[in-house]
Design a protein. Sequence first.
Lengths: 119, 388
Amino acid sequence: MTGVRLAKAWLDLDEAAIAALPGQLGVYEIGDARGGTLELGFAGGRSRFGLRSAIAEAAAKHEAARRFRYEVTMQYWSRFEELLAVYLADHGELPPGNADRGEQRVGRLGVGPSCATGD
Amino acid sequence: MDFELSPEQKLILETVRRFVREEIVPLETDLDPDASELPPRHRERLVAMTKELGFYGLDIPEEYGGPGIDLTTRTLMAFEMAQHRAGLYAPCYGVFGGAGLAQLYEADDGQKERYLYPVLRGEKRGFFALTEPSGGSDPARAIRTTAVRDGDDWILDGEKTFISGADKADFGIVFARTDPELGRKGITCFLVDTDMPGFRVRRIVHTLRSTHYAAELEFNRVRVPGRNVLGEVNQGFAIANDRLSRNRIPYAAGCVGVALKAQEMAIAYAKTRKTFGDYLSTRQAVQWMIVDNEIDLRTARALTLEAAARADAGKPFRTEAAICKLVASEGAGRVVDRAMQIHGGYGMTKDLPLERWYRELRIRRVGEGPNEIQRLIVARDVIGGSFH
Ligand SMILES: Cc1cc2nc3c(=O)[nH]c(=O)nc-3n(C[C@H](O)[C@H](O)[C@H](O)COP(=O)(O)OP(=O)(O)OC[C@H]3O[C@@H](n4cnc5c(N)ncnc54)[C@H](O)[C@@H]3O)c2cc1C
């Protein structure tokens, strides 16, 4: 069983790092320089080059984007839903890049600060 | 058994078929191949259309405002409604409306006000929590979640796993052991609100199916008022069984629906793809795959309609429901598998819906009572004897 959080190392956002990304499907997080999350997303079955193109496109939407992390997974749809729910539980709101989805359409996971176990 | 369609059924089926092909399938070109929801603006537009057609809330009994469609016609509609990429687990992305959990119709008036009617109005969502880490095929023995009386309330402790839709639900129907001495007669069904202290969705369980994904739940001294007991104390298992039997018929119909579409795709592809100078459809090896598909399809379709017709006629249908569930889930799996083979490499891609159906159909052999359990039900009914 894997943890519910995206426990991967952050990578600096630059051309070389993007070019080195796999073309596989998966989920990602785009962050700013101050440790904030700008957007959670997934590279799905319609992405041209999987995580490589999906992360490049998402990062281009955010001027403040400085870093990113990702996880390769074929279950990108339910994993993405899980990451949104974890973020909502932790922060009480969605990342700015996901705000248009609406909190009412995101699941409720008992993993927030008020829960005894936090993974 | 004669399944000549009535003029009314023909009209209904043509309408649903056109709706799926003209309204649903084109939207899927832009959606992620694993998507289970439509963007809200499309959803609202299509819900308005199904309401206009008089098909909204298909599964709601007539006395609660549903359109009063019999199970046979409903089964025929389900064959059509599943014929798109998300069609197995999200037929038409839910724009025909839902009926809520069947057990809610057994609720008392106060519970109906608090749960059933809000569900029918689309204001609340529920989950059904029977399975536990200790097992789902034999829940009467496996249930470890306990409910202990405390004054007028009950205190629930335990875990559930593989519970679909729980992270987005407002309440759940939860089965817990209320008398450890009584075995299957010691289980009670509770209505648990997801904001009750001590209830927690621990994680999402990632499976081959991403639509209506499942979750793991924890009940840590959840205090549930006595008025939230659904049905009688210690009679919860009967409620679970009733639902499971009836649900198997539309469940089978969904399998038949995607298999019909896969077969249509396989035939069309075999007639256009050439290898070694001729069409695949001229090769006996390919023809036989298509023939085997046809046999699987016709068997599953006929058995599913037979079960529905018996239920409509008020005859016992438990054996027929079990048979159609297992024949349709296994047969449809083989049909989609052969259709993928005929499509070669393209059959494996997310460009086509086959790979999604292949993954999701695999779950159909385990969900809604695994097929081994369906065989046990049939064995019990045809051989007699008890359930071991
Ligand atoms: C995606 C998904 C969604 C689900 N959603 C829900 C939900 O919303 N609510 C809910 O309550 N449950 C849900 N389930 C759980 C599902 O109903 C169970 O997985 C199923 O009942 C089997 O239980 P188990 O996994 O514990 O297997 P077990 O009971 O441990 O059985 C393991 C295997 O042994 C076989 N077996 C068991 N007994 C016998 C026997 N006597 N003879 C021969 N073979 C036998 C079974 O058929 C099965 O193949 C879901 C499961 C999945 C995968």
